[in-house]
Design a protein around this ligand. Sequence first.
Ligand code: FAD
Ligand code: DHB
Length: 393
Amino acid sequence: MRTQVGIVGAGPAGLLLSHLLHLEGVESVVLESRSREAVEQTIRAGVLEQGTVDLLTSVGVGDRMQREGAVHHGIELRFDGRGHRIDFPSLTGGRAIMLYAQHEVLKDLIKARLEAGGDIRFEAPAVGLDDLDSDRPRVRFQQDGRDQELECDVVAGCDGSWGVCLPAIPADRRTEYHREYPFGWFGILAEAPQSSKEIVYTYHERGFALVSTRSPTVQRLYFQCEPDDEVGNWPDERIWAELRARLETRDGWTLAEGPIFQKGVITMRSVVCQPMQYGRLFLAGDAAHIVPATGAKGLNLAVADVVVLARALVERDRSGRTDLLDAYSDTCLRRVWRAQHFSWWMTSMLHRFPGDDPFQHQLQLSQLRYVASSPAAAASLAENYVGLPLERP
Ligand code: FAD
Ligand code: DHB
């Protein structure tokens, strides 16, 4: 089997890359280890930056998002029992965010690719990459119990944080930067009405809590938990009691509760692999970098990477020019490190750290008061949250 771009992973990075390449006449094959149902049902991100929304719309996969997603013009920072609104449009020249679940984006992309005759192989795990430093790199994969090989011009490693592509780069040809946070997030989906029109980020002595939404009847909530916490530790009543305590305000706001139908624990860590390229292998999305969820950047970074990669691959296909491809890693890493800093900053400001350091607590409160009261500080949060313009190589 041969194709121009062999894409490992059918997450946001791999599927969007395949779609963008197709629009410009570049052929690809996507290999995905899981089933289509599993990909379309896994609950993950929900916040799309303005640039992500504009891009999905301009490349023809935004119709359902525009109908079913919800535009949010601000977020609330809650601390000391009070809410403080950060208004995005007035601080960013009219920009906003969209709440539309990641798995809905994936359904739209899969549908668009399959309708265009695209080749997505589900239940086809890549098991190894060969000859990455030659001009005929190959991906070994399994399908229907048989070992197969995909020969390509270029391999796009879009296989997320536990894939096979990053480890295929020799250890002495990459640097990995890591940070672990001493807590996790417990995430739930509940059938309940909305408690708040906008996302609420809360700092409380008991720990961080976040109120988000998926629809008028389905709510997404998260709260800081132990890094190795387990779903079994949290019966429904304990979850609601903890959320009520952390989200309590002095003005009588109430949390709308309802049946919980999904629970999970998310680890909080930062990783960057530098460079994001080795020979003919280009990493994109979580395969190259992970951010803690507090800034809602992961999916958006995956999108930003593949915009740069698609443009560079199309240029190479059209004119043979490789300068954009050569610059791929440097171009992406500027945005990646900005997002790492923003996510680390939001995480540090909003979580309780072990050790109960009263000095640290006062610093966090001071930072929150500053962001809530200074237009200059609020503008910095807003600019990063709605997303900086996509990089031009
Ligand atoms: P993935 O989505 O991980 O896709 C990789 C794909 O590769 C997977 O389908 C996997 O099955 C497949 N794969 C792995 N190994 C192989 C193999 N060997 N062969 C073939 N296929 C393979 N980000 C935001 O921007 N905003 C948010 O609000 C947000 N909230 C989040 C909330 C939660 C609970 C979580 C967990 C994450 C959140 N994120 C958020 C992060 C976001 O979900 C990820 O950054 C995003 O999924 C990255 O996309 P990706 O395509 O790079 O990787
Ligand atoms: C959601 C996820 C996030 O990581 C975040 O910061 C805000 C909202 C969500 O899933 O809705």
